[in-house]
Design a protein around this ligand. Structure first.
Ligand SMILES: Nc1nc2c(ncn2[C@@H]2O[C@H](COP(=O)(O)OP(=O)(O)OP(=O)(O)O)[C@@H](O)[C@H]2O)c(=O)[nH]1
Length: 211
């Protein structure tokens, strides 16, 4: 899809990271879930610290006034309305990559509430889609897929736009017919894709952080 396949760390130079923070966070009590504190840092800071070394550039997909992310040093990119869940954020990231980063044909998305993502996430997703000969790769742990944690070719953005225009909002409903490879990580002793949906999840993550 993107010509010759670079090896190993070179994927970093071909991939944009996008942190998805466009949801309402209702189970957490509403507001910006990624701005909740986990230890001394926000969830967003944890995700960014883990993802930034793996990508050439980073953006934050969030809706509403960007001023609340005042400390965020990279782009804040809203959905193109109407928002239809995480796929709208994925499309916003693909469009931003096409407009601003012509050298980056790939986007990796990670939700802003998933603070323990693996250090080899981007490499593992590229390896999985190449091994399967498929255009998209999604993270899986303990047999459980995590569709918002995935690798997307920028070239698929018109297909995604058309799916959203048809009102097809599910990630797997759109991605599976195109070819969705699974990249597996162990979920033991701890799941790297644990996400914080509720205050109780946040307490569990704090206990995990303390070791
Ligand atoms: N861009 C965008 N992202 C969304 C939207 N809805 C959910 N997401 C993102 O999709 C991922 C998974 O979302 P959930 O945790 O299920 O939803 P949430 O709105 O964050 O939380 P709840 O309201 O508690 O369900 C998170 O990264 C969300 O930020 C949306 O309408 N637009």
């Amino acid at each position: 899809m993107d010509g010759a396949a670079p090896e190993g760390p070179e994927w970093r130079n071909r991939t944009l990271g996008a942190i998805l923070a466009g949801g309402q966070g209702l189970r957490m009590g509403g507001g910006d879930k990624p701005l909740r504190l986990l230890g001394r840092r926000t969830l967003l800071d944890h995700v960014a610290a883990a993802l930034r070394p793996q990508v050439a550039a980073l953006l934050l997909n969030a809706n509403g006034p960007p001023a609340r992310f005042a400390g965020w040093r990279d782009a804040v990119v809203p959905d193109s309305p109407p928002s239809q869940g995480p796929l709208s954020g994925i499309l916003a990231a693909l469009d931003w990559a096409a407009a601003h980063c012509p050298d980056l044909p790939w986007v990796v998305t990670v939700p802003g509430d998933t603070p323990f993502i693996p250090a080899d996430l981007v490499e593992g997703l590229h390896a999985a889609r190449m091994a399967a000969g498929m255009p998209i790769a999604c993270a899986r742990s303990g047999g459980q897929p995590h569709p918002p944690v995935a690798l997307w070719p920028v070239a698929l953005r018109e297909s995604l736009r058309a799916a959203l225009a048809r009102g097809e909002g599910g990630i797997r409903r759109w991605a599976e017919p195109l070819g969705l490879a699974m990249a597996e990580w162990p979920d033991q002793p701890q799941d790297p894709f644990f996400n914080c949906n509720t205050p109780e999840d946040l307490h569990a993550a704090e206990a995990r952080l303390r070791g």
